[in-house]
Design a protein around this ligand. Structure first.
Ligand SMILES: [Zn+2]
Length: 220
């Protein structure tokens, strides 16, 4: 089974993917994780991706697609996977269809998590991350605060707001997301694989409900 998770930053797609991964016994594969893996194992394709990332540039579609293609060759995804954060553009979506077709596979479901923009901004700007590089625990001032304000529950280090999570940058990330990824949802709408749903209110309660709805939908 091949499932694609679409959703803006802070939409909760990673959390929903995690639940579905356990339910269906297939791995959750995020592009961030694949990139880190291929960069740390010193592969040629990883080096290429790293060149762009260290310059703070977007990794071009063809490099991203090659990395995903290598990942699809690994034995643990033989029975399927949940892709989280890929495809990000229509070109990547088309390339993915070709890669899967070569392996005799197709996308079974594309889940598009829609969250109102104001709520996304609220979730992003209230996020706080532990400054201890070994810990990196994530908190949220409203949904999941630390016991002592500004201090990590797990390791006692101070918490900080990532630069990317500050209001102006967060707004910009959402603009980029909508510009690039809204057409991806339309692309899948045309292929008939799209399942759109809203993940709103309190993410901690709703993500279980959304995952449950998706499981019921797939069983039909
Ligand atoms: Zn910590």
């Amino acid at each position: 089974m091949v499932i694609i998770m679409l959703g803006a930053p802070a939409s909760g797609k990673g959390s929903v993917a995690e639940i579905l991964s356990k339910e269906f016994g297939i791995p959750q594969v995020s592009t961030g994780d694949i990139f880190r893996k291929y960069i740390s194992n010193g592969s040629e394709i990883g080096k290429k991706a790293n060149e762009y990332m260290t310059k703070g540039e977007l990794v071009p579609d063809e490099v991203t697609v090659q990395i995903v293609a290598s990942r699809l060759e690994e034995p643990d995804v033989e029975n399927g996977l949940i892709l989280d954060g890929f495809p990000r553009t229509v070109n990547q979506a088309k390339a993915l269809d070709e890669l899967l077709a070569k392996k005799g596979k197709k996308i079974d479901l594309v889940i598009n998590l829609e969250v109102p923009e104001e709520e996304l901004l609220d979730r992003i700007t209230t996020r706080r991350i532990c400054t201890n590089k070994e810990c990196k625990a994530v908190y949220n001032l409203k949904l999941h605060p630390s016991k002592v304000e500004g201090i990590c529950d797990k390791c006692g280090s101070t918490l900080e707001q990532r630069d990317d999570d500050k209001l102006e940058k967060a707004k910009n990330r959402l603009i980029v997301y909508h510009r690039e990824t809204a057409p991806v949802a339309d692309y899948y709408k045309d292929t008939g694989a799209l399942y759109s749903t809203t993940l709103s209110v309190s993410i901690n309660r709703m993500k279980d409900e959304v995952a449950h709805d998706v499981i019921e939908y797939l069983k039909k």
